[in-house]
Design a protein around this ligand. Structure first.
Ligand code: ATP
Length: 273
């Protein structure tokens, strides 16, 4: 078990190769209980591959992941269950992860059955009701199949399902990218509240710096599989050190945005372009 002073998640010297191609190159970071870390970078920078390794969906070529003080090992069902109990992942579009034949409430109950077999049917039902309430979904939404829910409601349902087993870490991969801006704001506010109320920690993968600014305290910037900058999110965004981070910031359309300058800076960073 970890205490408040030990990281709930440690990632060290992580490498992932696909054939000759290195998608993740010597990545390391730590996450304290209740903290929120952003992983930012352009498409193809290795963010999703890193997130998938954390969740056990991909095996690293080398490197280690330690969760709640325990080195993560792959293999047995027991080990997978243990990892899932500590760390859950939320994707951009959770639609495919819901069984279309089940109601949302049934989908939320499923992991409880697996991870908390001691719960009676009645207690499980009560826990599902509590989870729906926690993420702001009505009882009626709980009785609906996933197709009847909006994108924002489905993301709330995915969060409820992930929270059910009380994980220590939630990895969110572009979790609000597919939502309208106003719905994005609602989900981000919900995530803020949940973090405050439960002490859960987030790894928040996003290409959207405005979103990362809202939801994270610290961030790492990835480029070509490597971390090129790390630190407090506000500080990185206010005073970026690496030219690539500056380029990411300059690429956000804003009043006075200079497309030519962005293109020039990009060529300076990547002469092959
Ligand atoms: N299974 C795979 N086989 C081969 N190459 C892969 C595989 N998965 C990812 N890659 C490559 O690894 C690189 C990093 O991909 P990754 O999805 O981690 O980046 P990303 O920063 O999350 O980008 P995006 O936001 O577009 O998903 C990309 O060049 C991608 O093509």
């Amino acid at each position: 078990m970890t205490t408040g002073n030990e990281p709930v998640l440690s990632v060290s010297s992580l490498v992932k190769r696909f054939g000759d191609f290195t998608a993740v190159d010597d990545v390391g970071f730590e996450l304290m209980p209740g903290a929120s870390l952003g992983i930012v970078g352009e498409s193809g920078s290795g963010k999703t591959t890193t997130a998938r390794i954390l969740a056990g969906l991909d095996e690293p070529t080398s490197g280690t992941v330690t969760l709640a003080g325990e080195p993560v090992v792959s293999g047995s069902r027991r080990a997978r269950l243990r990892r899932a109990g500590l760390l859950q992942m939320i994707f951009q579009d959770p639609y495919g992860s819901f069984d279309p034949r089940q109601t949302i409430a049934e989908s939320i109950a499923e992991p409880l059955r697996l991870h908390s077999p001691e719960l009676s049917a009645r207690d499980r039902q009560a826990r599902v009701a509590e989870l729906l309430d926690q993420v702001g979904l009505s009882e009626r939404a709980g009785e609906s199949p996933p197709r009847d829910l909006s994108g924002g409601q489905r993301q709330r349902a995915a969060i409820a399902r992930a929270l059910g087993i009380r994980p220590r870490v939630l990895v969110l991969d572009e979790a609000v990218a597919a939502l309208d801006v106003s719905i994005q704001a609602q989900i981000l506010t919900l995530l803020d509240e949940l973090r405050r109320d439960t002490g859960i920690a987030y790894v928040f993968v996003s290409h959207d710096l405005a979103v990362v600014r809202h939801i994270t305290d610290t961030a790492v910037v990835m480029r070509h599989g490597r971390i090129v900058e790390r630190g407090g999110t506000e500080q990185i965004l206010r005073d970026p050190r690496h030219p690539y981070t500056r380029l990411l910031l300059d690429s956000i359309p804003a009043p006075g945005w200079d497309l030519d300058r962005v293109a020039r800076d990009r060529r300076a960073l990547d002469p092959s372009l």
